[in-house]
Design a protein around this ligand. Structure first.
Ligand code: ADP
Length: 454
């Protein structure tokens, strides 16, 4: 493994030779290029191994060699006669085990004649390469080594130990300081982390609670709205039967084939019939609204003949206009694109808006017109020159049962359900119902419908 002859060979015959060999170990290590600490390691390991071998086995031959395989290194072998019994060797190996840590590799060669401890320490990268020429130079240089006096080596050894101790203490102090700083920083980071975690947890709890409350509320709202719709549907359904019965009875009594009535009786029965019819209309409105809100009303789209729808409205609504000062104008719908929607629902909406216009207009006109401004929507507009709706009421008139209470509204019969129902229907048709109005001047309700139900 190595072609170089040994650098130095020396013998430990008596105890004080151990000091000399220690000194040699350090000097050879220095010469070959090992650094300060490593020099002391080599010298210490060698002197320890030498001392034990000498004490238990006899004279020790120490050989220093420069090796290059697999790395440049210094090898030190300490060889002594083999012991008579194996126990001695076992005990010896236990004694020198502490020195093992000082060297990189450590091998025991155990032959019948001799026991050899082979120790190796690698050279640092910065050391000069162990070429044949350099090894030859080292060998001749080391020839000058003469064993020094044991006391000198002892003093030197003490100094080296002291220096090593000081260096170790300096390292330890530095480590302690660093450790403290690190601990301090860690404590700070931990405190910050705890604070942030607590804050986050708090926020999270708040958000979760908020969401729970929101969910709760919307569930309650949904329940309340469903209950209301169910209630409206039930009540109106229950009321329809008796009211229809009253109407039927009035018709039966006033029939020309029935028993004759006095004029007074006939007038009163006509009033009863009128009231019952009013009531039936209201109940039907309620039922319609309940149906629209329950989602059971589904539009049936078809191409709508607007001219026909307008014509029919013109006919039926005219009878409602009771004042000569009010004129109902239904414009002729011309030049419009085709409209595909639910004709029955649309007619219902326009009828409601026109009824309101006629109810709340004392003089002037109520007008129905269709307006197309391009695009994919069509406007159906109902305008009147009536009492108008104050700005702060304009949102509320679309709420169920809401009616404006003022002098102008005195004596006008209604339920407050017409506009919410109209808006529900327009929404079902995919459109929008909007209102513009000035109190005392009039109102404009605009139904904006998609040309085709989406
Ligand atoms: P109703 O007409 O049965 O009272 P609506 O929901 O149709 O119920 O209308 C709600 C309220 O809005 C009416 O009571 C009235 O005060 C107001 N209103 C509706 N249409 C008009 C209109 N064209 N002009 C003035 N006020 C109106």
């Amino acid at each position: 493994m190595n072609g170089h002859p040994p650098l130095l060979r020396t013998v430990i015959s008596v105890e004080h030779d151990v000091f000399a060999v220690r000194q040699h170990g350090r000097e050879v290590a220095a010469a070959i290029g090992l650094e300060g600490q490593d020099q002391i390691r080599v010298a210490t390991a060698l002197s320890e191994v030498g001392r034990q071998l000498l004490a238990r086995l006899g004279p020790v031959t120490v050989t220093f060699e420069a090796v290059t395989d697999p790395h440049d290194a210094l090898t030190v072998s300490a060889s002594a006669p083999a012991p008579a019994d194996p126990d001695t060797l076992t005990r010896l190996l236990a004694e020198i085990d502490g020195a093992r840590r000082l060297m990189e590799t450590w091998r025991i060669e155990d032959t019948p004649d001799r026991v050899t401890v082979v120790m190796r320490r690698r050279l640092p990268a910065a050391a000069l390469a162990l070429t044949a020429a350099r090894v030859a130079a080292l060998r001749s240089d080391l020839k000058r080594l003469r064993p020094g006096r044991p006391v000198e080596e002892f003093v030197l050894q003490n100094q080296q130990l002291l220096a090593a101790l000081q260096e170790a203490e300096a390292h330890r102090d530095q480590l302690l300081r660093l450790n403290e700083e690190l601990e301090e920083t860690n404590r700070g980071v931990l405190a910050l982390y705890n604070e942030l975690s607590a804050e986050l947890e708090e926020t999270n709890r708040g958000v979760v609670a908020l969401y729970a409350e929101l969910d709760d509320r919307s569930a309650k709202l949904r329940d309340a709205s469903e209950a209301k719709t169910r209630f409206l549907a039930n009540v109106s359904h229950e009321m329809r039967a008796p009211v229809t019965a009253i109407l039927g009875l009035v018709r039966l009594i006033t029939d020309p084939g029935s028993d004759p009535l006095t004029d007074e009786q006939r007038t009163q029965l006509t009033l009863i019939g009128g009231s019952a019819q009013d009531m039936l209309n209201r109940v039907n409105e309620l039922l319609d609204l309940a149906k629209a809100e329950s989602g059971r009303l589904v539009p049936v789209p078809a191409e709508v003949d607007l001219a026909a729808v307008f014509g029919a409205l013109r006919g039926t609504m005219r009878s409602l206009v009771a004042r000569p000062e009010v004129e109902l104008v239904v414009e002729e719908p011309v030049g419009l694109p085709t409209l595909v929607t639910d004709e029955v629902m649309l007619t219902q909406v326009l009828r409601n808006l026109l009824t309101n216009g006629i109810k709340f207009t004392l003089s002037g006109e109520v007008r129905l017109a269709a307006r197309y401004a391009g695009g994919d929507t069509l406007d159906l507009v109902v305008t009147d020159t009536g009492i108008g709706i104050a700005a702060d009421e304009q949102q509320r008139v679309f709420e169920e049962f809401y009616q404006v209470r003022g002098d102008a509204q005195q004596g006008v019969i209604g339920t407050g359900l017409g506009l919410p129902y109209a808006r529900s229907l327009v929404t079902l048709l995919g459109g929008e119902l909007t209102l513009e109005s000035t109190e005392g001047e009039g109102s404009t309700f605009t139904v904006t419908l998609p040309l085709v139900i989406p």
